[in-house]
Design a protein around this ligand. Structure first.
Ligand code: LLP
Length: 744
């Protein structure tokens, strides 16, 4: 049952006409029906209601945050396969204790991330993975709950690409080796076996293979019992099929009854039944709407060329999958046989072949049953931005993912222009250019400049050699902040105040917002100092800490399985590695007492002050440095330059304060601009993002984690409430390495 129905020959999603949605959001566009989603969730959970069970929705089917949030609010658990999916479900407000981590290739960083989030269980698929989870858990002082995913060697009648339960597939552990693996787990102090799992494939249209798999699992549970190994749950995975065309999947009731009966009859003791359905919950909740750009008649057939293709919906191209295609407006025109194809340069780019439809150029069509593995498998191939996603609830439509723009497509790439290459070469200030590099410099900058540069470099080199004082540095970036990092263990020395001022200037020096210095104390612990462009030392910088962590990882100066500790002038900052260039920084606990900022006003949860003739209300706290946070209706219009500056310099704040202007976007998102003490408005302030998120959580506007959008990018802030430390998650980048030498 779904809510995509015609009214007077017009296709509607619940109470909204598809043509109205397209007028607002364009095509191609995924349109979801909230009512259908909720209905499917209830249908699945009701059939298992009579016995202890847990339904962990498989996020890979569709990970849109708005949909995950609806499911989380309905009490869903989640089956994830990556750190990215974990971040998604946490962001959507999932209870980590209901999260199952599946997948054959969990990285160390992902395991750490999952352990620190406190997920329910890792479904493990190999002995090396068992070892790795044990090692990471021990390092973190935790015990990880695991379930062994078995490979029952069962053939389910489905497309070979989505069959997973055969011995020839990469998934699971051979059923004959499972007992041995549980024995290994028993010996490992960082692990606790709590369950057993299997998943035999997807789009399975009979009950029998599931029962065969469950029986196989239960035989192993019985054997394990004889060895004294007792489990709490059996996870039968997902895989139940849906009707795309003429398929007749088993009813949910018959599927559930067969599983529960088998469990009752063959389990040696009561076990909770866990499931990981994806498709059956979301497939039918969406349509993909596209426009016919052209009708193209050829000698053999007629093509309707759409503005959507395999980049938007991959299933037909990849699995030869059939999706019904219907007109958005029914007409009395004669239907003709058409191949519906996309604009992508691949012959496999089709959405439907040999379909009878009456459509003209400019008409809209809807591809049905695309909620599962539709958007989640879409790509940007052919430099096509991904489609918009819209959620309909009754008579309301809401954009839940905007269409990707050309700017989105270009955002992460770096052009290596000749000028950039040459600029970097010119920065090689020791003059050790080879012949090719010299030729490049001449080509780009001309002979005169080249000769001038070389003579200058030669003189510099001599001076340098004389003084034996090379100053290596690394230029780094984290969220729009530019850093120069000096590694005091690599022949660099701390710059003087004058040097910092000189080199921080974009015209006379290198250009940076802060200078960071790092020096090893022992193991993963380092001395870390932060200087503003004016040469003054500051207490903490979370963006800088991520940059330092990235540098230390790249240079193999740390054990990446452990946290990194940075000792600043007044605290130790702990950093967790989440991925290659993604980090989570412990920013310490917020301190709301006025003495901590300091703020010369009696303590209150919010303060009022008159500035420029108007009353302004702000909250104040120390995140290691002082912050005042003001809530505004729209950050674009926030009076950052005026009120920000006045409040920063106000006599109530004897050591000045940073000032944040925050706009609450939703329960898990806010936008922020910050006036930084001693600097002015900046692109990104890490501690400012923490301060704003803490206030938004404390005052009940948001729940952790909170995405904070700053002009320079996005940070994710985690804070579980008073007395807890604040964690800031984000990335960092290395820009280039160079040497500076004495000015003559
Ligand atoms: N659990 C595990 C461990 C899985 O690998 C999968 C799906 C599921 C649960 C959810 O299965 P479902 O209930 O959705 O069938 N892209 C393909 C489907 C790939 C399924 C991968 N694993 C398609 O479009 O048909």
């Amino acid at each position: 049952m779904d809510y995509f129905l015609y009214k007077d020959d017009e296709l509607y999603v619940e109470e909204v006409a598809v043509s109205d949605i397209v007028k607002q959001y364009g095509t191609p566009c995924y349109i979801y029906s909230q009512h259908t989603l909720e209905r499917h969730w209830h249908a699945v959970s009701e059939v298992f209601a009579k016995e202890p069970h847990r339904i962990c929705y498989a996020v890979k089917a569709n990970g849109n945050l708005a949909l995950l949030k609806i499911l989380a609010d309905l009490g869903a658990g989640f089956d994830i396969v990556s750190g990215g999916e974990l971040a998604r479900v946490l962001m959507a407000g999932a209870d980590p204790k209901k999260v199952v981590f599946s997948g054959v290739g969990k990285t160390t960083a992902e395991i750490k991330q999952a352990l620190s989030a406190g997920i329910a269980v890792f479904n493990v698929e190999s002995i090396p993975e068992v070892q790795r989870i044990n090692d990471v858990a021990l390092l973190m002082g935790k015990i990880a709950s695991v379930a062994v995913r078995i490979n029952p060697d069962i053939k389910a009648d489905t497309h070979p690409y989505i069959s997973t339960g055969l011995a020839s597939n990469k998934f699971g552990i051979d059923k004959n080796e499972v007992i041995g693996v549980y024995k290994i787990i028993q010996q490992l102090p960082g692990l606790k076996a709590v369950g057993i799992a299997c998943h035999i494939g997807s789009q399975i249209l009979e009950v029998a293979p599931f029962i065969e798999a469950l029986n196989c699992v239960l035989q192993l549970v019985t054997l394990l019992k004889t060895q004294g190994i007792i489990l709490q749950h059996v996870d039968i995975g997902g895989g139940l099929g849906v009707c795309y065309d003429t398929e007749t999947p088993p009813s949910l009731r018959s599927y559930a009854d067969a599983l529960l009966d088998t469990l009752k009859q063959h389990a040696p003791y009561p076990l909770e039944l866990w499931l990981e359905p994806g498709r059956v919950i979301v497939a039918n909740t969406a349509i993909l709407v596209a426009k016919v750009e052209y009708l193209k008649e050829t000698a053999s057939k007629t093509f309707a060329i759409l503005d959507a293709g395999m980049t938007d919906l991959m299933r037909p191209a990849l699995y030869d999958a059939h999706h019904k295609i219907i007109p958005v407006k029914k007409t009395a025109n004669k239907e003709v046989l058409l191949d519906l194809v996309g604009p992508v340069c691949e012959s496999s780019d089709f959405l439907g072949k040999a379909r009878l439809l009456a459509v003209q150029a400019g008409d809209l069509i809807a591809v049905r049953t695309v909620g599962a593995y539709g958007f989640s498998m879409s790509s940007q191939y052919n430099a096509r931005g991904r489609a918009a996603e819209v959620l309909v609830h009754k008579d309301k439509m809401t954009l839940i993912r905007r269409r990707e723009t050309t700017a989105d497509l270009l955002a992460h790439e770096i052009i290596i222009s000749d000028r950039n290459v040459a600029k970097n070469l010119a920065l090689k200030v020791d003059g050790s250019h080879n012949a090719d590099e010299k030729a490049k410099l001449v080509e780009v900058f001309g002979c005169n400049f080249f000769q001038w540069l070389m003579s200058k470099l030669c003189r510099r080199k001599e001076t340098l050699e004389k003084k034996n004082e090379k100053k290596p540095f690394v230029k780094m970036q984290a969220l729009g902040n530019d850093f120069v990092l000096l590694d005091l263990d690599e022949n660099a020395r701390v710059w003087t105040k004058e040097e910092i001022k000189h080199y921080s200037n974009r015209y006379t020096g290198i250009g940076f917002d802060q200078l960071l210095t790092v020096k090893k104390q022992h193991d993963n612990q380092f001395d870390y100092h932060i200087y503003n462009a004016d040469g003054g030392e500051v207490e903490q910088c979370g963006n800088g800490a991520r940059a330092v962590a990235l540098y230390l990882c790249r240079k193999n100066k740390v054990d990446t399985t452990k946290d990194i500790h940075l000792q600043t002038c007044n605290r130790v900052m702990t950093i967790q590695l989440l991925g290659e260039d993604r980090f989570k920084v412990n920013m310490g606990s917020p301190d709301f007492s006025p003495q901590a900022l300091p703020l010369e006003m009696p303590e209150q949860s919010s303060y009022e002050i008159v500035l420029e003739g108007e009353i302004h209300r702000f909250a104040a706290l120390s995140m290691g440095n002082p912050h005042a946070v003001l809530q505004v209706p729209a950050v674009e219009d926030a009076p950052v330059a005026t009120v920000g500056k006045s409040l920063c310099l106000h006599s109530h704040f004897p050591r000045q304060t940073n000032v944040g202007f925050m706009q609450i976007i939703n329960e898990h998102q806010l936008a922020l601009r910050v006036y930084e003490r001693g600097v002015g408005e900046t692109l990104a302030c890490g501690s400012g993002a923490c301060a704003a998120a803490v206030i938004a959580i404390r005052d009940g506007y948001c729940r952790s984690p909170v995405r904070v959008q700053l002009p320079g990018g996005e940070l994710i802030i985690h804070w579980l409430g008073p007395n807890e430390t604040v964690w800031m998650e984000g990335d960092a980048h290395c820009v280039y390495e160079g040497l500076v030498c004495e000015e003559e």
